[in-house]
Ligand binder design. Structure first.
Ligand SMILES: [Zn+2]
Length: 148
């Protein structure tokens, strides 16, 4: 028999997962009164916890939470309306700018040769694709965070 007692972790493993326990630790605990007592204490504590009834709240938690939800959703709705207003305003500004500079934009593509125009269009498409992929990936990352 060794004079050194096994650690609490090993004693807990002996008490709850005997099949994972090393043979020398099993032998020690079976022959050592102190360690055997510790293992029995762990088992009795575990059994008394299992016997405890499920904890029950004395008040209706869901009713309390539902009572607080309307104030939050009002704030959220106002924020959403502000976002919609900004989107409509920016769309209006872009459409107005396109209408105002219509001749200049048409002249940009009509008078120049096809090579600079294709460079401009391909660069814009490349930037749009990169930004779109980045937005899509960050959206998925955030959704995964929300789903735990
Ligand atoms: Zn011991």
């Amino acid at each position: 028999m060794k004079n050194v007692h096994p650690s609490d972790f090993d004693i807990q493993r002996f008490a709850f997962e005997l099949s994972d326990c090393k043979a020398e630790i099993v032998t020690h605990i079976n022959t050592c009164a102190t360690c055997k007592q510790k293992a029995d204490n762990y088992l009795s504590v575990s059994n008394s916890i299992k016997v405890q009834p499920e904890p029950v709240l004395e008040f209706d938690l869901s009713a309390l939470i539902l009572a607080q939800l309307p104030t939050m959703s009002k704030k959220e709705a106002a924020y959403n309306y502000f976002i919609y207003f900004l989107m409509a305003l920016s769309t209006l500004v872009v459409v107005a700018a396109i209408l105002y500079f219509k001749e200049a934009i048409v002249g940009l593509f009509a008078n120049t040769s096809a090579i600079p125009t294709s460079f401009i269009v391909s660069t814009c498409l490349l930037i749009l694709i990169v930004i779109g992929i980045d937005t899509f990936r960050s959206f998925h990352k955030k959704m995964n965070l929300l789903n735990y």
